[in-house]
Design a protein around this ligand. Structure first.
Ligand SMILES: NC(=O)c1ccc[n+]([C@@H]2O[C@H](COP(=O)([O-])OP(=O)(O)OC[C@H]3O[C@@H](n4cnc5c(N)ncnc54)[C@H](O)[C@@H]3O)[C@@H](O)[C@H]2O)c1
Length: 403
């Protein structure tokens, strides 16, 4: 197995392609975006990820990696394209596997006997089976190839390390597929490679993120209950966690990112009458964001009534979690935008971003000086131990309160 074709060169596909090329595989990377292909072929990268540039440059220099908009023949095909969701009005969001299906159709003409096809995209249960069906419809004899799912669980910021060190779950559409795909990963993964079937592997990844979502929902709900009683949720959390079998997570302004806020819907949309807790957790986490917006608006109203003028409100943090620049599905960004849309005087702060297309980003020290109301939305390290005097502070992430 010398040649690998990686389809989708984003946060997952490009690091995977670069890693494999540095391990001696001949890698053909594919992306539908011509500018992505051009950037990579110049030895550059279009995403922010530590060490990735070094890997890509080395892979290009050694001639082991090239990018193209079209697939090519290979021994192993890895599909790492996006799996977002469709949202229509107030319906339950449903998974959008169109990118996976398109990628499958694109590789079908290049697949030969004994090839391994691996779906790495986070996928609803049954997607690997659908990939097999599409390949069959497009003329591939699926009894002569190996088809498996291997969900990716790397943490952005540590991708190059975790691609190698994390345990991997590999589930084939049949046993021989599982074995073949697992053996491929064993060539470069130092973590354990655990074998199962495709459906279990698919649900495993969705379960991991739903577990996180449910636990965060508990913390978020608790913060709203504490607010009703005037209790400091950060203190309560610390006290309750002294119980040897209790471990409450940190509440926040909701749940964001492209995984935890998305993947539980893949279970809920397909098992609506079964996934009651998972659905409720999603709703609780979304509700927390709305609740935060209402709290801020009430504070602004109080200020206006008491002082007869409109306050400046510093929204501290826009990313979906602390100490990163990622704004995808970020509840903090959503809150800032909603407040701006409602004509509040907002000073948006995000120390991990210099410029933003839609509005001005303020330096956090200037924003604190200028604002009348300071709202902590994300617990970035820059916001710890700030000395704020004579300002109204709303801390929804525990960075200023006891933590
Ligand atoms: N980013 C993460 O941290 C992470 C972690 C675990 C799992 N995942 C999952 O991995 C998958 C990929 O995520 P990502 O973050 O790499 O996405 P991404 O958006 O960063 O990259 C996907 C790339 O695929 C390309 N693409 C789309 N359709 C294509 C097609 N038909 N052929 C070729 N290229 C195509 C896009 O142009 C894009 O460059 C998703 O299912 C995601 O949920 C991501």
């Amino acid at each position: 197995m010398e040649k690998v074709c990686v389809v989708g060169l984003g946060y997952i596909g490009l690091p995977t392609a670069a890693l494999l090329a540095n391990r001696g595989y001949e890698v053909h990377g594919v992306d539908i975006q011509q500018d992505v292909v051009n950037t990579i072929n110049q030895g550059k990268i279009h995403i922010v990820e530590p060490d990735l540039d070094t890997f890509v440059k080395a892979a290009l220099n050694s001639g082991k990696l090239r990018a193209d908009t079209k697939p090519a023949n290979a021994d192993v095909f890895i599909i790492a394209v996006p799996t977002p969701f469709h949202q229509k009005g107030y319906d339950i969001p449903t998974p959008n596997i169109n990118y996976v299906i398109d990628a499958t159709k694109a590789i079908a003409p290049y697949i030969k006997k004994e090839n391994i096809i691996i779906l790495e995209s986070t996928s609803p249960v049954g997607t690997t089976e659908k990939v097999a069906q599409v390949l069959k419809e497009y003329g591939v004899d699926i009894d002569e190839v190996y088809i498996a799912h291997c969900p990716e669980r790397v943490l952005p910021g540590k991708i190059m390390q975790e691609l190698v060190e994390n345990d991997r779950i590999v589930g084939g559409i049949d046993e021989k597929s599982t074995k073949k795909a697992a053996n491929f990963y064993k060539n470069f993964v130092t973590g354990e490679v655990l074998e199962t079937d495709a459906k279990t592997a698919e649900l495993c990844k969705l379960t991991e993120n739903s577990f996180r979502d449910v636990n965060i929902a508990f913390a978020n709900e608790l913060s709203i209950i504490c607010d009703k009683y005037g209790i400091n949720v950060w203190e309560l959390r610390e006290l309750a966690n002294r119980h040897p079998r209790v471990n409450i997570l940190y509440p926040g302004v909701g749940v964001g990112g492209h995984c935890i806020a998305v993947d539980p819907w893949f279970i809920v949309s397909d098992a609506q009458d079964k996934a009651k807790l998972i659905r409720t957790a999603r709703e609780v986490n979304n509700y927390k964001t709305e609740w935060v917006i209402e709290k801020i608006k009430n504070e602004v109203l109080k200020f206006e009534i008491e002082l007869g003028k409109k306050p400046k409100v510093a929204c501290m943090g826009l990313a979906f979690k602390p100490d990163i620049d990622d704004l995808r599905e970020s509840p903090a960004l959503y809150i800032a935008k909603r407040l701006m849309a409602e004509k509040l005087d907002i000073l948006a702060v995000e120390p991990n971003i210099e410029k933003f297309d839609e509005f001005e980003i303020y330096d956090f020290k200037i924003a604190i000086q200028e604002a009348d109301v300071i709202v902590f939305l994300v617990a970035h390290k820059e916001f710890r131990n700030l000395n704020i005097i004579n300002k109204k502070v709303l801390d929804f992430c525990g960075v200023w309160n006891k933590r």
